[in-house]
Ligand binder design. Structure first.
Ligand SMILES: NC(=O)c1ccc[n+]([C@@H]2O[C@H](COP(=O)([O-])OP(=O)(O)OC[C@H]3O[C@@H](n4cnc5c(N)ncnc54)[C@H](O)[C@@H]3O)[C@@H](O)[C@H]2O)c1
Length: 367
């Protein structure tokens, strides 16, 4: 099967993303080909990766590596984990010619990458994303970070990896629910930036969700290309990159209001957040009617989470608004929302008073 290679070229680093089946089992040759060198490494591993798969990945590194098994959850994506990782790196006398390799989903990559960025002001970092969401989104663009009791991803850094190796074989053991979550970010990229890609998804969504080749590979690569284009133009989120937050102000408030419970995981919150932003855009009459219907039909034919009443009632509104206000994207008393005019065309200048959002939730939850 074919491998794909994208070269990310940011102001701080140039690095490859390789996508292909079973490629994490050939890391030594991939590293050699791409001139990736380090002395020893800390393997920071999501404990839910199958042991059989893991053996095939890590055997070549056994002699020069330390293992840290991590139980990923939004609650363990925190300072305690970072401190534990930094302790090991110090105790084992790591230096900047060494490396931290994260093997896992977005939580593992974000946490591992953040620890690497802190250690001696920057240990080499390699990301091996094992969920669809991580392969299409979180492993691209160098955002790392952790959560605090005040909200999600509030502490973090921009820290680009040496290389990203996205092995589609991982996806075979991923629960269906997690596949849908990753699909949400693929859909987000299409909605904000590429109408043709949206049409491709609309036509092939079942094949993609069933991991059929070459549809799944194409969906991953196209999604990475959209994010690549955005982060290359605005690595540190001074402007354009904000469009990638489409749906996320709502999503982060949904996750936080439910206290990051398994009832609604990150990807599902993003799907709900996107449909909320689409509803909000439609209420303001800035959105193309046909595209509104197209996106709604796509959600309903695929059974994507779209009804916030399944998760919240009017008594949650106060809490939702508090988390929306706390979101790091809001620099003043007004709420910044990324809204949409049509598929492929976002409007990122929307600023709204909290009362407007209050009314929006009252209407949605009373309906
Ligand atoms: N850095 C960024 O730019 C960025 C972008 C989007 C999302 N994120 C972050 O990503 C996180 C969500 O990532 P996620 O959805 O990958 O969640 P996750 O890391 O929690 O993984 C989801 C679940 O799948 C399990 N898992 C991982 N790989 C597996 C495999 N191959 N087989 C079976 N199970 C497996 C994990 O143990 C976990 O239970 C959030 O914290 C979000 O904030 C970051």
């Amino acid at each position: 099967m074919k491998n794909y290679k994208l070269l990310i070229n940011t102001n701080t680093k140039k690095y490859p993303i390789i996508v292909g089946d079973k490629i994490s089992e050939k890391l030594l040759s991939i590293f050699k080909k791409n001139n990736i060198k380090f002395n020893k490494c800390l393997l920071f591993i999501d404990k839910n990766i199958s042991k059989k798969k893991l053996r095939k990945i890590i055997n070549p590194f056994k002699k020069k590596s330390k293992l840290f098994f991590f139980n990923p959850s939004e609650k363990s994506k925190n300072f305690n984990t970072i401190i534990k990782v930094l302790e090991i790196l110090q105790k084992e006398d790591f230096n900047r010619n060494d490396c931290l390799i994260a093997i896992g989903g977005g939580i593992t990559g974000d946490t591992g990458g953040f620890a690497a960025s802190l250690f001696k002001r920057g240990l080499k970092f390699i990301n091996i994303p094992s969920t669809l969401l991580a392969q299409v989104d979180s492993s691209v663009g160098g955002k790392t970070g952790i959560n605090t009791s005040y909200g999600k991803n509030l502490i973090g850094s921009f820290y680009q990896p040496e290389i990203v190796v996205s092995d589609t074989d991982f996806l075979k053991t991923l629960p269906k629910r997690e596949i849908v979550c990753g699909y949400g970010e693929i859909l987000k990229h299409a909605i904000i930036k590429n109408r043709n890609f949206f049409n491709y998804l609309d036509k092939n969504v079942y094949k993609i969700l069933n991991l059929k080749s070459p549809y799944i590979e194409k969906a991953i690569v196209e999604s990475c290309k959209i994010k690549q284009d955005v982060v290359q133009r605005d690595e540190k989120e001074n402007g354009l990159r904000k469009i990638l937050n489409f749906g996320h102000t709502f999503a982060h408030a949904y996750e936080a209001t439910l206290n990051y419970s398994k009832k609604l995981n990150h990807g599902e919150a993003v799907l709900l957040g996107m449909i909320s932003a689409i509803n909000f855009s439609n209420n303001l009459k800035i959105m193309n009617k046909n595209d509104y219907k197209k996106i709604f039909n796509h959600y309903s034919k695929t059974n994507l989470p779209s009804d916030i009443k399944q998760y919240f009632s009017t008594k949650d509104i106060k809490k939702l608004l508090r988390f929306i206000q706390n979101d790091k994207k809001n620099l003043s008393n007004e709420i910044n929302l990324i809204l949409i005019k049509s598929i492929g065309n976002v409007n990122f200048k929307g600023k709204f008073k909290i009362q407007k959002l209050n009314q929006f939730f009252i209407n949605l939850l009373n309906n």
